[in-house]
Design a protein around this ligand. Structure first.
Ligand code: HEM
Ligand code: HEM
Length: 224
């Protein structure tokens, strides 16, 4: 029991559900596009749209480790953090470390571009299209599809770097950061500073975030 109370909540359940759902859905998005299963590509794409809108809202309403302002403030400690790493010193930080923050912003930005361009994309013969493509001309829809294709390579590069970094933490720095992304918790003694003792988000914020995401997806699907 004592050990249990000494474990702090690093990632609230919504961040973890968001994370593992995108890990599941992104490879499926690639696969459905490759196999021409565009109905599924669109359905899962709209699900991803809802997930990302929720995560962006959560960056303002959510638990401390999910919020963007504290994350941005972390970037100032990047030079010291990298210097420590180069000297083989590593101290886990509560929430995203400064390198983690850069990776989160890169992943979320490329994910937003991938999803928003998909909404307006049209394929070469005009047979397959995103739900908002009727709002733009065929040529513009094709330009969105080109960016959609190009950005997929950028997103894949960021994912590869992200997974490579996780492996470095696991095997070089001997820090299992994946465990907390599954269970949410980590021993408090791992951190020199724990900025937020109670990182549990209030229920009203969860309800507001989910409602906002659902209403946004509904608005997109009914915009035409
Ligand atoms: C499609 C592949 C993946 C994508 C798009 C992705 C995306 C992300 C994003 C957006 C975050 C930020 C979480 C947040 O604040 O909401 C994150 C964090 C994280 N991801 Fe992934 N991820 C992927 C695969 C993986 C895999 C395979 C693992 C582990 C085996 C993993 C482990 C983690 C961990 C541990 C964090 C927290 C990092 C930190 O401490 O700063 N991810 N990921
Ligand atoms: C993370 C999210 C997504 C990923 C990883 C993804 C991935 C891909 C890939 C790899 C292709 C094939 C590109 C090519 O070689 O031409 C594609 C095509 C397409 N995607 Fe997505 N997509 C995503 C989101 C979406 C969304 C949200 C929509 C719309 C609801 C969408 C609609 C389309 C359409 C209409 C095409 C056909 C474009 C063409 O053939 O040129 N995608 N997507």
């Amino acid at each position: 029991m004592a050990a249990d109370t000494a474990r702090v909540l690093v990632w609230d359940w919504t961040v973890r559900v968001f994370h593992w759902l995108i890990v599941l859905l992104i490879p499926l998005m690639w696969w459905t596009a490759e196999e021409g299963m565009m109905d599924w590509h669109r359905r899962m794409g709209v699900t991803l749209l809802g997930l990302v809108i929720f995560r962006l809202t959560w960056g303002f309403l959510g638990s401390w480790t999910a919020r963007f302002i504290p994350m941005l403030k972390r970037i100032s400690s990047l030079p010291a953090y990298v210097l420590d790493l180069r000297q083989g010193k590593h101290q886990p930080v509560f929430g995203h470390g400064p390198l983690g923050v850069l990776s989160v912003f890169a992943l979320l930005a490329s994910l937003c571009i991938q999803i928003s361009t998909g909404l307006f994309s049209v394929d070469v013969d005009g047979l397959e299209s995103g739900p908002l493509s009727v709002l733009v001309s065929f040529d513009t829809g094709r330009e969105f599809a080109d960016i959609h294709e190009l950005n997929f390579n950028i997103l894949s590069t960021f994912i590869t770097l992200h997974v490579a970094a996780i492996l470095v933490y696991q095997f070089v720095l001997k820090d299992n950061i994946t465990g907390p992304m599954i269970t949410g918790r980590r021993p408090k003694s791992d951190f020199s500073v724990t900025e937020q003792e109670d990182n549990k988000p209030p229920l009203w914020a969860i309800i507001l975030g989910i409602t906002f995401a659902a209403v946004s997806v509904y608005a997109v699907l009914n915009a035409t």
